[in-house]
Design a protein. Structure first.
Length: 215
């Protein structure tokens, strides 16, 4: 299976969340929902308990929180497909990841730009998904630093079959390179959310990642 585009939803209020979900409702069946705590990420989003998605969708929750152990029960209750925490948190993530797995969900970790995969190899071995985070915590936008693509090789050297995601600055100019670089899931926030025609933008992104390279 090739790469996928997953619209990302970052909302400060339940009204804004609903508006963003309505924009992407007809587009994809995999969505990336951002949750922040105002501490690990400087902004506040809706509470985890306020998140929802259409029946039949696959939801990935990206929790930018300082203490995942305080959020894990709330997130498990949502019955998402995948829950992603940051490798850089100041607590031992393993018990939290194991709790999610025991509840029948997939686990993921996100790596910020300075984080070298080898330094978190035990976590990579434990999870189903590693997300290369090239954005700004708690904001739409950011820039896709394509130098971070080197991490794809380093992550697969630790766990070859793992799913790799990318978050931060995905747009029509770089989506093809990211997919060619080995990224499985391109999480797209601002490019779709701020588009005048989200459906058209989504279609164009899907076409980009599925086109064949010209040699």
């Amino acid at each position: 299976m090739g790469a996928q585009i997953a619209p990302a939803v970052l909302a400060e209020t339940t009204t804004q969340f609903k508006e963003l979900m309505e924009k992407i409702h007809q587009l994809a069946d995999r969505v990336h929902i951002d949750i922040t705590d105002g501490e690990f990420a400087p902004s506040f989003t809706i509470n985890a308990s306020e998140a929802w998605w259409p029946e039949g969708w696959h939801a990935d929750i990206h929790a930018m929180v300082a203490r995942p152990s305080e959020y894990v029960d709330q997130l498990i209750a949502l019955k998402a497909d995948l829950i992603i925490f940051h490798a850089e948190v100041q607590e031992d993530l393993l018990p939290t990841l194991q709790k999610i797995k025991a509840a029948g969900m997939k686990t993921g970790i996100a790596l910020q730009r300075p984080t070298v995969p080898s330094t978190v190899a035990p976590l990579i071995q434990e999870v189903d998904h590693v997300m290369i985070f090239s954005g700004d915590l708690g904001k739409y936008g950011g820039s896709a630093s394509l130098m971070q693509l080197e991490k794809v090789r380093l992550i697969r050297a630790i766990k070859p079959e793992i799913e790799i995601g990318w978050d931060g600055g995905v747009n029509l100019e770089n989506a093809f390179n990211l997919a060619q670089g080995g990224v499985d899931v391109l999480n797209v926030g601002g490019t779709i959310a701020k588009s005048e025609d989200p459906a058209e933008t989504y279609k164009a992104l899907v076409a980009e990642i599925n086109k064949h390279g010209v040699i």
